[in-house]
Design a protein around this ligand. Structure first.
Ligand code: PLP
Length: 453
């Protein structure tokens, strides 16, 4: 049981001993941190008692908000029954077995196996291991190259950050030499004078060009999020995914859909792949599978790969101490139970998301907004100085950083990516709560416009 420590001491201890992920250490040394001490429904509270509406669902994971007692109780119960055992060497546990079969039921028909990890990053590492093993077993060991997209985020381990295409991460880590990047379907940034549909086809065909450049016989897979999330909620033009699908089908390339953000209702259906009619061979999941309450990720494996892996009779030399952790899987099962019993994915898509998208799209008339894009329960608002030329509001994304700080200081947790404001609120938001979110974001845009006016 932790005893209560006052905020000043906590902040000081945090600065002295806690090395934070994705935090600017200069800003942190200057401004100090914020201790989040409790959360309820869609609100988080800091240790000074300030409430914030969480317009990011934690890190895109608490899709059902913070008050889901059934998940907490499922974990508590499981910890009493079997707090740990591993799944190596033919052992298993009931929550892992049940969760794997529920996920198989809820995914496309040709997906019948699950490999569990603790995180999305490890799941994407697992994808590489699976794909390489698959082609080795097929007697095509030269098929090892993987194509991904610039500005993608697939995690932070060496392999996952290699798969990702974020320049700032590549600047600090040596990427794997068998991973290659093509452009993202970001029309506002790259589309120029082309229509979104023209651009969608052109940018999809970069995949074909890259396959030709590397040699089809050497390319194993293409990995992408249905909608790129952390990169800036990049909504692909309608023409993009059908063209990518055609290319993967024709060129014998495995398609990996990273569903870590899109999965479990974010785009309005269970899977982003479903929303876009994508037919992947592997699907990465994490985050909302436990509503963010416990660490859990994994890969949904289609029969194409599992038939070969299981048929080989040999060992897949890959595993994590906590693969299929019983308490995490119990949290996953309880989360799936809530999603199904409440029908929240459908009701949010029907009743809440249209209002959310409508309210945010009203910002297109705002003097510093160049584009509003979104789907389901996530969206981005792109900040500009000049709408026609798409000139950015300020150098080095300073305008969006300022806007984010304004929103944060006014009780709204949203994020800035590049020059865009990003929001992905919990599916359990009410219409009134969406209005509060939109009003606060509007106030932050007004303050930013006058600051840079
Ligand atoms: N893939 C995507 C699309 C993500 O957004 C993330 C995390 O944000 C990851 C993978 C990595 O997941 P984790 O942080 O659980 O390792």
């Amino acid at each position: 049981m932790t005893t209560s420590i006052d905020t000043a001491t906590l902040r000081q201890l945090d600065q002295s001993h806690h090395l934070h992920p994705f935090t600017d250490f200069g800003n942190y040394a200057r401004d100090g941190g914020r201790i989040i001490s409790r959360a309820e429904h869609i609100y988080i509270y800091d240790s000074d008692g300030n409430a914030m509406l969480d317009g990011m669902s934690g890190l895109w994971c608490c899709n059902l908000g913070y008050s889901q007692k059934a998940i907490v109780e499922a974990v508590y119960h499981q910890m009493q029954e079997l707090p740990y055992y591993n799944n190596f060497f033919r052992c298993s546990n009931q929550p892992a077995v049940e969760l794997a079969s529920q996920l198989a039921r809820l995914s496309p028909a040709d997906f019948n196996h699950v490999f569990f990890t603790n995180s999305g990053s490890e799941a994407n590492d697992t994808n590489i291991r699976l794909v390489h093993r698959y082609y080795d077993l097929l007697g095509k060991p030269e098929k090892k190259q993987i194509i991904s997209r610039k500005n993608a985020y697939h995690g932070s381990t060496i392999a996952a950050s290699s798969l990702g295409g974020m320049q700032a991460m590549h600047d600090q880590a040596i990427g794997l030499d068998y991973v290659h990047h093509i452009n993202q379907p970001h029309w506002f940034e790259l589309g120029g004078d082309r229509s979104p549909d023209e651009f969608g086809i052109a940018v999809a065909r970069e995949l074909e060009t890259k396959i030709d450049e590397l040699g089809e016989e050497r390319v194993a897979a293409f990995i992408a999020e249905p909608i790129q999330g952390a990169g800036g909620v990049i909504i692909p033009p309608d023409t993009y995914w059908p063209e990518v699908q055609r290319i993967c089908d024709e060129r014998d390339i495995l398609l990996i859909a990273d569903e870590v953000i899109c999965g479990f209702g974010r785009t309005g259906t269970w899977w982003g792949s479903e929303t876009y009619g994508i037919r992947p061979h592997l699907m990465t999941f994490a985050k909302a599978i436990t509503n963010g309450y416990m660490p859990l990720g994994g890969v949904l494996v289609s029969d194409t790969l599992s038939d070969v892996l299981l048929g080989s009779g040999g060992e897949f030399t890959h595993g994590l101490t906590y693969s299929g952790h019983p308490a995490s899987c119990a949290a996953g099962l309880a989360t799936l139970g809530i999603l199904e019993e409440t029908g929240i994915i459908d009701s949010a898509a029907r009743d809440i998301a249209p209002h959310f998208q409508r309210r945010l799209r009203e910002f297109i008339d705002h003097p510093i907004v160049g584009e509003v894009r979104g789907r389901g329960m996530f969206a981005a608002v792109e900040l500009v100085r000049d709408k026609g030329s798409r000139e950015r509001l300020a150098a080095k994304s300073a305008g969006a950083v300022y806007c984010r700080d304004q929103a944060n200081n006014n009780g709204l947790m949203v994020r800035q990516t590049g020059d865009a404001m990003i929001t992905a609120p919990p599916l359990v938001c009410s219409i009134e709560e969406i209005d509060i979110l939109a009003d606060k974001l509007g106030q932050a845009l007004d303050a930013t416009a006058s600051h840079y006016g």
